[in-house]
Each structure stands twice: as structure tokens, then as C-alpha cells.
Design a protein around this ligand. Structure first.
Ligand code: MN
Ligand code: MN
Length: 362
């Protein structure tokens, strides 16, 4: 058996993530070392790496904004393009995330050099759900940034990934009623000709849940509203413990803001990055999931109800099991979500207010 530095680094990174399991890992690593003739050489290396791993990665430039993966563990699949991975590689001493396995100074060479970028601006929509903006200028010309507007929500669909890039929806007491969960997962027959229609079966035995983006329980005023949340265009492959744990807790929290404080909210959520595919490559499993909740100061005033003091809740979380059950552990800023995704969130909010609230960490 060969113990390479990169294998050890991978173990050490896991160790940084699962700090509680440190002793278990240590025991495992020592066991691994037993029976190796070069134990004397391996042990000092282990000690060296383990002490690196238990401290935070050293940032080279402190005033730079990095995507949220640096708080936890970045993989090449967490980046939309090579340039962003390169920023992270250059921003941290010693390649703590192992983005440059071959040591040639380039991070994640297999990623596209630069992202395709946003489509040209489209006229503001009068769709209630797009009141705060259309984050990727989605329209009907680009199949991978394809705008679907429904009465219940608006989304930008990516044909090649088989999932939405983002979904945006309004939430106040008018959307909440007594309708039962319909559970009628089904393909979205409204997609244009030539688009593969993802089916509920495409997720079967994948190990991933059919994770709602707009939660079923956010649309309970009518059967029609609730059914709209079960269209597969509003679903993405979500790690079960993520879906049923912190993600669900945040969904309940957002509804409590309405139920208990009678608030009006605009919510945006989506997935980015790539950690896997399902259905023969027709459905991409995003490596990270994000959500932004904007709590309006003044209900009924649309974008004018957003101010420098508006409450913003933003999370960016790995799409995997074994996470903290508390969504507060994954809180981040809108700026970091914009950096990671390339979108302009809240684009209809005056730029001076965006600058304040997008940098706010609640
Ligand atoms: Mn869910
Ligand atoms: Mn913005």
C-alpha cells in the first residue's frame, strides 16, 4: 500500500470537517501505518499534516471575498469556472483544499476557463415573484437559462443540467392555507419541444431525495398551487439528511416569519456546482445549495419595502449528509452567493442598498 501526501491531505481535510472524529481518524491512520516498512517516515509527515489541518487555512489576501466553500471544504466541483477556483488557490497558502493536485500552479484545469456569463438584460417582468429581479436575466432564448413563469413562482431552468438554476417566490399569509400535500411529482409538460422532461423515476435508487426548491408547504392555499410545487422543474437531487434536516428547519423558520410575525418575504434558492449526475447524465447533482430570504420592512410596497435595514437570511450549504442540523452554521452573505453562482441577486433593489444588504452577515 502506498500512502501519498495527497491521500493524507484528503484524510486531513475530512478531519478538519469532522473535528469530533479526530481520535477515531488518528487511530485509523496509526493502524494504516502499522505494517508499513516506512512507518518512521510516515509518522512525522502525519503529525505535520494533522497539525496543519486542525488550524484554519492561511489566507494570503484578507480583504478578498471567497465563495462559501472555503469555510468548509472546496472541491473542483464547487466552482462554476476555473478562474474562481484559481482565486481560491491563489488566496490560500499551501493549497489546503487540494485544488492543484499536479502542482503546476493551475487549479481545477478541467473546469471551463470562464463561465458563459449572464445573458443580456431583459425588461423587468411584472411577475410578482420577480419583484426583486431576475438574477441571471433568464428569458426564453437560452435553453440553459430558460425562464419559466408560473402563478406560484418563477424559475430559470437549465436544460443540460436537468434542474433549475434558481427559483424565486413570494411568501406571505395569502399563500398559506389548509391544502393537503398533493405528492404528485410529475414531469413538466410545459417545457419547450426538444427539452428532456425529467421524470420522478429519474431519481429512483439514486440515494438523493427529490428535493423541493419551493417547498410544498409554502403553497397550501389551493390544490392547484400545491401541485405546482411537484413539477420536476422545481425539484433537485438533494442529500437526504440535508433535505430532511437543516433545509427543512429553514423552511419552517421562513413560514414562522409569516405565521408568527405576519411578514412578507421574497425567497430565492438554487444549486450550483457538480458532484454527480443521475439518469445517464440528464440530471446534475449540484454540489452546493443556497437560499436567500429577504424580509420586507413594509409589506405591500414591493421593492420599495427593501432598505439598508432589511433583514436578510442567506445560507450556502454542501449537498451532502452528515451536516450540522442548524442552518445558522451555514449562514453567509449574498455577495458570496453572487460570487459563487455568477448571478446578480436583488438586481431591482437600488445599487446602494444592494451594496449594504448583500454584504451583511446576519
Ligand atoms: Mn425538502
Ligand atoms: Mn445583487
Amino acid at each position: 500500500m502506498r500512502v501519498t501526501r495527497s491521500v493524507l491531505n484528503t484524510m486531513a481535510r475530512s478531519l478538519r470537517i469532522f473535528g469530533v472524529l479526530k481520535l477515531v481518524w488518528w487511530a485509523g491512520l496509526s493502524g494504516l501505518c502499522m505494517g508499513l516498512s516506512s512507518c518512521d517516515a510516515v509518522l512525522p509527515l502525519l503529525t505535520d499534516i494533522l497539525s496543519d489541518a486542525t488550524s484554519q487555512p492561511a489566507v494570503v489576501q484578507t480583504d478578498q471575498v471567497f465563495p462559501a466553500c472555503v469555510d468548509d471544504d472546496c472541491n473542483c466541483g464547487d466552482f462554476r469556472d476555473q478562474a474562481l477556483a484559481q482565486q481560491v488557490l491563489d488566496g490560500f497558502e499551501g493549497d489546503p483544499f487540494v485544488l492543484d493536485r499536479d502542482g503546476n500552479g493551475l487549479a481545477c484545469e478541467s473546469l471551463p476557463p470562464v463561465s458563459s456569463g449572464l445573458d443580456a438584460a431583459v425588461p423587468p417582468s411584472d411577475n410578482l415573484h420577480l419583484t426583486l429581479g431576475n438574477p441571471s436575466n433568464a428569458a426564453t432564448g437560452n435553453p440553459n437559462n430558460y425562464l419559466i413563469e408560473r402563478q406560484q413562482y418563477a424559475l430559470a431552468y437549465d436544460r443540460d443540467r436537468g434542474i433549475a438554476n434558481w427559483v424565486s417566490w413570494h411568501l406571505d399569509a395569502r399563500w398559506l392555507g389548509n391544502t393537503e400535500r398533493q405528492d404528485n411529482f410529475r414531469q413538466d409538460g410545459g417545457l419547450p419541444a426538444g427539452f428532456y422532461q425529467v421524470t420522478p423515476n429519474d431519481y429512483r435508487n439514486s440515494g438523493y431525495d427529490r428535493g423541493h426548491i419551493v417547498p410544498s408547504a409554502d403553497r397550501t392555499a389551493s390544490v392547484r398551487d400545491n401541485s405546482a410545487t411537484f413539477l420536476m422543474t422545481n425539484i433537485l437531487p438533494q442529500a437526504p439528511e440535508n433535505n430532511r434536516g437543516l433545509w427543512r428547519a429553514l423552511e419552517e423558520f421562513e413560514r414562522d416569519l409569516v405565521y408568527q410575525e405576519d411578514r412578507e418575504l421574497f425567497i430565492l434558492a438554487g444549486g450550483y456546482g457538480t458532484q454527480d449526475t443521475l439518469a445517464g447524465g440528464r440530471v446534475t447533482v449540484p454540489s452546493r445549495l443556497w437560499k436567500v430570504i429577504v424580509v420586507l420592512d413594509q409589506p405591500g410596497q414591493g421593492v420599495a419595502g427593501v432598505s439598508n435595514g432589511s433583514r436578510i437570511i442567506a445560507i450556502d450549504v454542501p449537498n451532502r449528509n452528515g451536516l450540522s442540523a442548524d442552518w445558522r452554521d451555514y449562514q453567509t452573505t449574498i455577495d458570496r452567493i453572487e460570487l459563487a453562482t455568477g448571478y446578480d441577486l436583488l438586481s431591482q433593489v437600488p445599487v446602494a442598498i444592494q451594496a449594504v444588504i448583500e454584504a451583511n452577515l446576519e
